[in-house]
Design a protein around this ligand. Structure first.
Ligand code: CP
Length: 301
């Protein structure tokens, strides 16, 4: 495996290997050494968690990072092409982590350079490192990835985290409830993949309808930045708000996950319940990103 670009590229065995290595790193059973390695973090779109957790992961591995955030202070402003920018950065680093608003840009980057490329989010397409940390969070809270009933709420059309997560879970016999406004339903190509694999899913409009059947609920933000028309965003922005009162009869082991950032789709009164797991989920991102960097750079076998 040279790159990590899409969950579609990973089989079940590879996914479980990422889980195993992240767990060993978290428990201190292995300490991969990246002390001679440099990661280039290229973020053309805003980020808090992905950027900071990759930077933290690299530091914990003993390595270093160089960063480009946005294009304002780079030679892109002088007309340098994306390909030339990547070729140049590849001369200074051992691995590239890239986020852009353009679908397919991470794959283009991987084809442009010889060093490993990690997709840290390409538009509405994929966010595979988020999916892997989500799976790691699910294993830690449910004890398994197999045969879970999962509600996925919010922007299912443009949500790259949910596209990656649904594909990632599809090898593990899930049942899905997709809950979204009709304008933001799960794309047909993802539903077609699920039908082909005979994975059960239902599309719902009401957040509470099946909540008591679920093992976990994965809530996402309605993403203002993906709407061409701001009026369309205004119509759907507050479609779903999960509150503490809605959790009264959920399973004891139920958990609420969210890739974050949150706007107001989870009420803050959920934060202090035993069901909220979204900040621990963000912490799990460091262990998983340590595992990803170490595997791609050959630091663990
Ligand atoms: N979950 C996630 O991708 O968060 P950031 O946009 O803050 O990186």
């Amino acid at each position: 495996m040279k790159d990590l670009l899409s969950m579609r590229d990973l089989n079940k065995e590879e996914i479980l290997n990422f889980m195993k290595i992240a767990e060993k790193i978290e428990k201190g059973e292995i300490k991969p050494d990246m002390s001679k390695r440099i990661a280039a973090l290229i973020f053309y779109e805003p980020s808090t968690r992905t950027h900071f957790s990759f930077a933290t992961a690299m530091k914990k591995l003993g390595g270093q990072t160089i960063t480009m955030r946005g294009t304002a202070s780079s030679s892109v402003q002088k007309g340098e092409s994306f390909a030339d920018t990547l070729q140049t950065i590849a001369q200074y680093s051992d691995i590239i982590v890239i986020r852009t608003a353009i679908e397919g840009s991470a794959r283009y980057a991987a084809e442009s350079v010889d060093i490993p490329v990690i997709n840290a989010g390409d538009g509405a397409n994929q966010h595979p490192t988020q999916a892997l940390l989500d799976l790691y969070s699910i294993i830690k809270t449910q004890g398994t990835l197999e045969n879970l009933t999962i509600g996925i709420v919010g922007d299912l059309k443009f949500g790259r985290t949910v596209h990656s997560l649904v594909q990632a879970l599809s090898d593990f016999g899930p049942k899905f409830y997709f809950i979204s406004p009709s304008f933001l339903k799960m794309p047909e190509h993802i539903k077609d993949d699920l039908k082909e694999k005979e994975i059960e899913f239902e599309e719902l409009k009401d957040i509470e309808e099946k909540i008591n059947n679920m093992d976990l609920m994965y809530v996402t933000r309605i993403q203002k930045e993906r709407f061409a028309d701001p009026e369309d965003y205004e119509k759907v922005k507050d479609s779903y708000i999960l509150t503490k009162a809605m959790l009264e009869n959920v399973k004891d082991s139920f958990k609420v996950l969210h890739p974050l950032p949150r706007v107001n789709e989870i009420s803050t009164d959920v934060d202090d319940t035993k069901y909220a797991y979204y900040f621990q989920q963000a912490k799990n991102g460091v262990f998983m990103r340590q595992a990803i960097i170490s595997i791609l750079l050959g630091g663990v076998k």
